[in-house]
Design a protein around this ligand. Structure first.
Ligand code: 13P
Length: 251
């Protein structure tokens, strides 16, 4: 079956609101490859400026995180209701920086995934192993555990709004990319896991993005792999020209 591609820029803690406005406006003008959608994920405080800049365009606005609760005494957190009012349509959850720097576990990520889906947001669920886990031969174990933990209680119907992002931790911001073949092997294994958790049809329909040092010069090779359905881009999404080079990949 023919899946579409999703190229998403995770801006992390970069860009001020005025800079975000300029970059978001540039993204609206970028030409995508065939069957490809563009998404940007600015920081919370940059969302209003970015939303204004992409109004009326085909760019999808995403957040980088979200609280596990709707509202209440959660100092420093941002709720799904706040995000929705700003025009956010998707949220990145379980990013490795949330897992490894801020200690988020599968159970918390799962609460967020369920809350986002219940409120109609799309979810990009990030998974991926550390270098140590890879060296121990535990890549599939770790990814399967994160899939199972993150998706617990997510229904078949809701899976239509879930994208998986495979981001090997050792490839993030390091300039080291998994080879297209290595990435493909993990993507195919994860698709197999989704078939076991849900169904073959759901596994075939679910987009699985790759993330970790994606650049204009390696994007096309990665996207040419049968189970790689887009990219979650960090550093290279901060520059309009390099993000355009990835979004416009040509296999
Ligand atoms: P880099 O593209 O900077 O390696 O970051 C990847 C990432 O973490 C995207 O979420």
């Amino acid at each position: 079956m023919e899946r579409s591609y999703l190229i998403a820029g995770n801006w992390k803690m970069n860009k001020t609101p005025s800079e975000a406005r300029v970059l978001a406006a540039a993204v609206t003008k970028m030409k995508c490859g065939a069957n490809t959608r563009k998404m940007i994920a600015p920081s919370f405080v940059c969302l209003p400026a970015a939303a204004e800049a992409i109004k009326g365009s085909d760019v999808i606005l995403a957040a980088q995180n979200m609280a596990a609760f709707e509202s209440g005494a959660h100092t420093g957190e941002t709720s799904v209701l706040m995000l929705k009012e700003l025009g956010v349509r998707a949220v990145i959850l379980g990013h490795s920086e949330r897992r490894h720097v801020y200690g988020e576990r599968d159970a918390l990520i799962n609460e967020k995934v369920k809350l986002a889906l219940a409120h109609g947001l799309d979810v990009i669920l990030c998974i991926g192993e550390t270098l140590k886990e890879r060296e121990q031969g535990r890549v599939n174990d770790v990814c399967f555990g994160q899939l199972e933990g993150g998706l617990a209680g997510v229904s078949m119907e809701q899976m239509a709004r879930v994208v998986i992002a495979y981001e090997p931790v050792w490839a993030i911001g390091t300039g080291k990319t998994a080879t297209p073949e290595d990435a493909q092997a993990v993507h195919a294994a994860c698709r197999g896991k989704l078939a076991a958790l849900y169904s073959k049809k759901i596994a075939e329909c679910t987009l699985i993005q790759y993330g970790g040092s994606v650049k204009p010069d390696n994007a096309a090779q990665l996207m040419a792999q049968p189970d790689i359905d887009g990219a979650l881009v960090g550093g290279a999404a901060l520059d309009a020209e390099s993000f355009a080079g990835i979004a416009g990949f040509n296999i």
